[in-house]
Ligand binder design. Sequence first.
Ligand code: ZN
Length: 276
Amino acid sequence: MATKLTNLSKLCVHTLTNKPWDLRQCVENYSSAGIQGITIWRNVLENQNLNEVKKLLDNHNMDVVSLARGGFFPSTEKGEREKSINDNTFAIEQAAAVGAPVIVLVCGADGKQSLEKSRDQIKEGIIKILPKAKAAGVKLAIEPLHPMYAGDRSAINTLAQANEMAEEINSDFVGVAVDVYHLWWDINLEKEIKRCGSNNNLFAFHVCDWNVPTTDFLNDRGLMGDGCINIKKIRGWVENSGFNGYNEVEIFSDKYWGTDQIEYLEKIKRAYLNKT
Ligand code: ZN
């Protein structure tokens, strides 16, 4: 079990957690709430001048933890796979421009082909973009997604699979992201966290909660403490593995998006200090 969090120095919030806000609102409100860690979702970078974005982040002393997200490599269509390589290349440029050291990869899946085939294409895609990532100094984190997404969002569904792929690619620039929402149920989780930690492959740690019952498989994530995940226990494993990065709050929630975001941010801080 992890020790209690006593301050916000390791708190990072994903901009999508506060979906109603644009990037400026996220930066200004996080900063005045005493939160310096930010993971930027690419939707808030659309039509933005990235030099201005970088200035905004620097002026508020923000620490950009990751860019979310790249990936979506597999497709039965060659043209789609090429499009995805271009999009990931663009993501690398965006990450470098805003100072994000890591891109989180939601790897993708195409239900018209086998999971094995999709995984081959994921690996191929990562290897293709790797030289550009290296040149830009941006790392790539393979994020395993809960098996309920295996048909369309990710053919990588356990940390073991993510670890294996990262180890096969064998680059300092490829690792994994551990998200409690996707992995809390896995009987091998402690072992697999140890494995990526000891390889220096653990690049990111995402927290939220699993609501019981869950009413929507995409946008009904809980705030820490709302659901059934033993987050403290998992954070303990992550920290014991040598990870000392940010705890990233990533909550997609129609319920919370419909509330006052300033009050919600205060709730996030309380849940972070008491339930994470
Ligand atoms: Zn995540």
